[in-house]
Design a protein around this ligand. Structure first.
Ligand SMILES: C[S@@+](CC[C@H](N)C(=O)[O-])C[C@H]1O[C@@H](n2cnc3c(N)ncnc32)[C@H](O)[C@@H]1O
Length: 213
């Protein structure tokens, strides 16, 4: 983490729900790869500012980003929902517990399995969403972007985390499948005419796009 990121994170009070998630992830022996604190706060703001009520997350881990997303959903007038796709049942169980402990048990639904298959089923069911957070296997990002565009309401927001791959994205000697997939994802975020977007280079990089209405 840079000095600036460290300084900015230090401005905020400790967050009991998110500290509980980090402790629960460590206790369960899961990897420490939740979204950066600053981008978690940004997720909450983006959901709230966009007025999104149907949020789809791809990659749940221990529920850190899920809590950040759920916090932004306006629960007035019929409420909203978070659908979270996670490959591993034990991770989905930990995330569901953390969402419930944070007061979002009734908001979040987990679908366990390969997200590419879950997305096919969501499309077949005619489901649509107005906010997408992509944060699973990096090789899948281009496919996840394709599905986000297919399942998007006009004006939907699409966010993708870790688009710098801790320096590998900009290292020409790195040509593995994850790096190539992320480069393709980033180029489409920047240039696809259906999107307006920006890419933030802080932490490990965050892509933010809006589907033109
Ligand atoms: C970076 S972690 C997600 C972190 C989480 N979004 C957060 O910030 O709290 C990536 C997650 O994606 C899951 N994952 C990996 N490949 C997947 C796939 N093909 N389908 C669904 N989930 C997948 C992993 O099991 C892991 O929990």
């Amino acid at each position: 983490m840079s000095t600036n990121e460290h300084y900015v994170d230090g401005l905020y009070e400790a967050d009991a729900d998110l500290e509980r998630v980090k402790a629960g992830i460590a206790e369960a022996g899961m990897p420490d790869i939740s979204i950066a604190d600053g981008y978690g706060r940004l997720l909450t703001l983006l959901v709230r500012m966009s007025g999104a009520r149907k949020v789809l997350e791809i990659g749940a881990l221990g529920g850190y980003s899920g809590i950040c997303l759920a916090r932004g959903i306006d629960q007035q007038e019929g409420g909203g929902s978070l659908v979270s796709l996670e490959l591993l049942q034990p991770y989905a169980d930990v995330a569901a517990r953390h969402l419930a402990e944070a007061g979002f048990g009734g908001v979040a639904n987990f679908i366990v399995g390969d997200a590419k298959e879950s997305l096919v089923r969501l499309k077949e069911e005619g489901r649509t969403f107005d906010f997408f957070f992509i944060d699973a296997d990096k090789e899948g990002y281009p496919v996840y972007l394709d599905y986000a565009l297919q399942l998007a309401e006009p004006g939907a927001v699409i966010v993708g985390d870790n688009i710098l791959l801790r320096g590998r994205t900009t290292d020409d000697t790195k040509q593995g499948p994850s790096v190539q997939a992320i480069r393709a994802f980033n180029e489409r975020i920047a240039r696809d005419g259906r999107l307006e977007s920006t890419v933030l280079p802080g932490y490990d990089g965050l892509a933010i796009a809006r589907v033109r209405g």
